[in-house]
Design a protein around this ligand. Sequence first.
Ligand code: ADP
Ligand code: NG1
Length: 458
Amino acid sequence: MSENPPRCETDVRCNGRLQDLKRQFEKKFGESPHFYAHAPGRVNLIGEHVDYCGYSVLPMAVQRSILAAVSVSSSGTIELTNTNPQYKDFTVPCLEEITIDRDNPEWYYYFLCGVKGVQENFGISPLAGMRCVLDGTIPPSSGLSSSSALVCCAGLVTMEANQKSLSKVALAEICAKCERYIGTEGGGMDQSISFLAEEGTAKLIDFDPLCATDVKLPDGAVFVISNCCVEMNKAASSHFNIRVVECRIATKVLAKSKGLDWNRLAKLAQVQTELKASLEEMLALVDEALHPEPYNREEICRVLGVTAEQLCTDLLSANTQHVTHFKLYQRARHVYGEAGRVLRFKAVCDSEPSEAMQLLGDLMNQSHASCRDLYECSCPELDQLVDTCLEAGAVGSRLTGAGWGGCAVSMVPSEKVESFLRAVREAYYTHDSRRAAMEEQSLFVSKPGGGAAIFLEK
Ligand code: ADP
Ligand code: NG1
């Protein structure tokens, strides 16, 4: 039985961020917050674009989060305001059905995803009125899960304000499901680590059933995050869902090639389970049953024996209806290869061989190459940054999160961290005024942080 998120009694005067937020809340609403909630972002060390295929991932929480100050009110409305003026105020009546506009993914819709998830779970009607001031320190659209931290924070706030109780696992599952209301078909890694993280340890996250296992990272390995300063909003573009769809179609084609009941299967991991095959055997099957040339719609319809309409309604999502070509071979090869790298990464951490750092670094480098070449979810700036990090002394470096921009994570021997930071600063940030202006937020060491929690004022 999983525990509930911690509720910590805190002296707000000892925490600068809480104190500032309290002050802003009082200024805005003329009353004090009743409680605070925070949910962290994460950095994924390895296991990219495999969670929605049913495979395990290996993230850790970062010490950056979404923090909310909240009061429960009798106003009959949910009032949202943000410390960042870029995110405009928003109010919604509690009696109104919560609708999420996928075509216009404004910040408050992420919050409302979390509200809706908890509301639906308990059938709450009407919701308690609440006033919230939100504050975020996770760079948005950069692969560190700012959106999920916001959804998770909203789920936690809604639970607390409506006097309900949920375990961390239940909250993670609810928030993974409800973030999909925004339109992206994510796999659940971000919400799981946001709730299940524990300070000082990375986690192997398994799905179906959701379970998080501690992963002790080698002593002397420091993880450094660097942002290539290209933003990619998942919900406002179709890159992410195109990959989800390609994996779904690859699942069906592979399953059909082996005579399985392909209609029932939607994730690449399910094909492996049905076949009782190893990941190496799955890679061999990809070579045998799929071809490297992109598949067009006609070929997919022919191979699966479905009509063009069925392809649109059963296999494509709302924002992928326009796609004409699908790289099934490359995407499936990435997923089965990456799933194996996650398991090897965990095994190296468990067995602590003397060359652990080198082995882990190699796996991270292979992961990046696969994301770049097979999954095509990198971008020139991110590739340049990864190369820069390796030249600056990282043993391994790779894109983290969805990609197409955003952050790289590098594993650096502790004795080289200072020279590494200096070299990356000089090579990637200093000579570009836009990047230089963002540098403080964009290049930082990250230790495994704790999970989502509620704070009550002492
Ligand atoms: P990520 O990879 O960080 O999850 P997404 O592109 O999926 O990025 O989501 C980013 C969106 O999340 C932003 O455009 C914004 O709507 C929302 N968001 C992120 N941080 C904040 C914040 N501090 N306050 C309000 N909304 C935020
Ligand atoms: P970020 O980095 O938050 O955009 C996304 C998905 C994850 C996972 C990674 C790729 C969401 C909310 N998150 O993460 O589930 O698929 O991409 O590994 O969709």
